[in-house]
Design a protein around this ligand. Structure first.
Ligand SMILES: NC(=O)c1ccc[n+]([C@@H]2O[C@H](COP(=O)([O-])OP(=O)(O)OC[C@H]3O[C@@H](n4cnc5c(N)ncnc54)[C@H](OP(=O)(O)O)[C@@H]3O)[C@@H](O)[C@H]2O)c1
Length: 231
């Protein structure tokens, strides 16, 4: 059985990804900040015996290291960095930037996926699939940005895209594929009620993308429908 570790699985896209991988017979290490309060995730885990729920706040780097040690010899075929935040809504705009929120957002959206990749590198390297993916966003694309605004979120996801590019170059010799995925504009707490894509559709698309990744696709920025996006 192949294994995927997903962060931020108690709601939104991460919850649906957990369900889809579990129903496709993957072992899912479903990480979230508060397992006891993760009602929907616990409900799904009752249906499948291949979901293991573990506590992880990705902004707590000591706990990332502890998690890695507790999973010692575990092979992780896909490390899927999904957990993310938008940052303070009101503090996203020029002349009113919330720098405290900016720093917190960078830690979660940008630094944590890098830290997880460092700490879990041996787990991924020893697996069959050898994939690291980060859910970034089209809003992190420099080419597609014609609007400005939303500084905190855009900068954090743009920098996460660069993390992907750097990792893909460095890890190619270890045969590890690293990609950035845009999940679409998705109807979740973050995406809001006007978003056109349902979480199930996004998660199914991401599942298909991840099933088709190999070393030839490393270093790419791909959306949930499999289209390549410009950095
Ligand atoms: N929705 C969209 O339209 C859209 C578009 C582009 C990209 N994305 C990206 O897709 C990913 C998932 O987004 P979503 O729409 O599912 O958002 P969401 O519904 O707001 O869910 C975010 C998830 O991230 C978790 N999280 C936040 N901070 C965390 C931390 N410090 N440690 C561990 N988990 C943490 C949340 O857990 P808690 O419940 O504990 O807060 C929650 O499980 C994010 O990276 C987001 O930036 C979303």
């Amino acid at each position: 059985m192949s294994t995927i570790l997903i962060t931020g699985t108690n709601r939104g896209i991460g919850l649906k990804l957990t369900e889809i991988f579990a129903e496709n017979n993957w072992e899912v290490i479903a990480c979230c900040r508060k397992p006891k309060n993760a009602d929907k995730l616990n409900e799904i885990a009752k249906k499948y015996n291949n979901i293991k729920i573990l506590k992880l706040d990705v902004s707590d780097f000591d706990s990332i290291e502890e998690l890695s040690k507790s999973l010692k010899e575990k092979k992780i075929d896909i490390l899927l960095n999904n957990a993310g935040v938008y940052g303070n809504n009101k503090g996203q705009f020029f002349e009113n930037i919330d720098y405290k929120s900016f720093k917190d957002t960078l830690k979660i959206n940008t630094l944590a996926p890098l830290k997880l990749s460092e700490v879990f590198i041996e787990h991924v390297k020893s697996s069959n699939n050898k994939v690291i993916a980060i859910i970034t966003s089209m809003m992190g694309s420099i080419t597609l940005n014609t609007d400005g605004k939303e500084f905190i979120y855009r900068v954090s996801k743009c920098a996460a895209n660069m993390v992907v590019k750097c990792l893909s170059n460095e890890l190619k010799e270890k045969s590890i594929s690293v990609i950035a995925i845009h999940p679409g504009w998705v109807k979740t707490d973050m995406g809001g009620k006007d978003a056109p894509v349902a979480p199930e559709e996004s998660a199914k698309g991401i599942y298909n993308v991840l099933m088709n990744i190999n070393i030839n696709s490393t270093g790419k920025f791909i959306d949930f429908q499999g289209n390549e996006l410009p950095w």
